[in-house]
Design a protein around this ligand. Sequence first.
Ligand SMILES: Cc1ncc(COP(=O)(O)O)c(C=O)c1O
Length: 386
Amino acid sequence: MKSAPEHLHARLHSLIGQSVATIDTPALVVDLDAMERNLQKMADYAKAHGVKLRPHAKMHKSAALSLRQMQAGAVGMCVQKTSEAEALAAAGVHNLYISNEVIAPPKLQRVAALARNLQARGGRLAIAVDSLLGIEHLAQAMDSGANLIDVFVELDVGQKRCGVAEPADVLPLAQAIASHPSLRLAGLQAYNGRAQHLRTVAERRAALDEVIARVQEARRIVEAAGLSLPLVTGAGSGTFGLEASSGVFGELQAGSYLFMDADYARNEADPAQPAFEHALFVKSQVMSVSPGHVVVDAGHKSHAIESGLPRVHGEALEATGCSDEHTTLRATSSAPLPTLGATLWLIPGHCDPTVNLHDWIVGVRGGLQAGSVTELIRVDARGCLD
Ligand SMILES: Cc1ncc(COP(=O)(O)O)c(C=O)c1O
């Protein structure tokens, strides 16, 4: 008997050229027309604002989509995990930034091997650090050789996650990186994930004022000591317009803009940023109807809800609960509930962990009603957690 993903792939593959109606449920589906509009909008925005774009591939975990973003002008891709970097590199993405800290020496051996491998293919690997120990372990793993890996010092700019706590703490790390010939001091990572989801524009602006002030302070201290931080990298889909116009950020790492989830749709729109369309959906089917509610056949195993329940595309329905294989919906108007067997398109609460639940994304063109399946997109780094 074939393994489940292989078996699934064969079944999904037979959908190519067929109408959207033939996609069995639940299935993760991308509206390629909407996705490409999002992709181009962000590429154009970065170009017009004179900043580099290095989208975050932790969102879609796909080499094919990474390469499409790079063809449209992205300088490379961000990933969060060593194994994500390995999976994307194996599938042809040769410019990668692990925008995260790696401490364990065995994992840093893999980082070092990947850095050499990418360099041999004309590419480049970068990584973030926030400790002297991390820099020591990285330098030991790189062993010998010059300028093998780009290293960004991460500064905490308000999220209280990783990063050195104070701008002055950047200097000793920058000095340590500069003292190791195999490491290249590439700049500063300044990402505030919390700021992305602050609901009002005023709140996001206030958070970014703090981010920018802390970056400027770090830069001033490092430059006063005779070193430079060539590139400041950060930003997500909620605030990238503020980083782009800050005059200090040189690179944007936004990821979710490509698919746009229900959580991002709850943000007040910032007129200074382009608006993006929902492109990622879970196709689901009404499997049970009761007075006052219906149940569709997609639950926790199909979409992630840690950032809120899914929305229902184009319907006056709201999700009231979710279990492993079910989502319960009720009407938000006096319109009749959908009937048994009806198709409903769920917009996931959070795209990143939703994609990680699937081996393949079904790509459609021509819309969710009249369109057809044109390709399957492999989630190359699915389950790459280490
Ligand atoms: C370090 C880093 N950069 C960029 C992003 C991209 O953010 P978004 O997907 O919200 O655009 C993330 C997402 O969590 C992140 O952790």
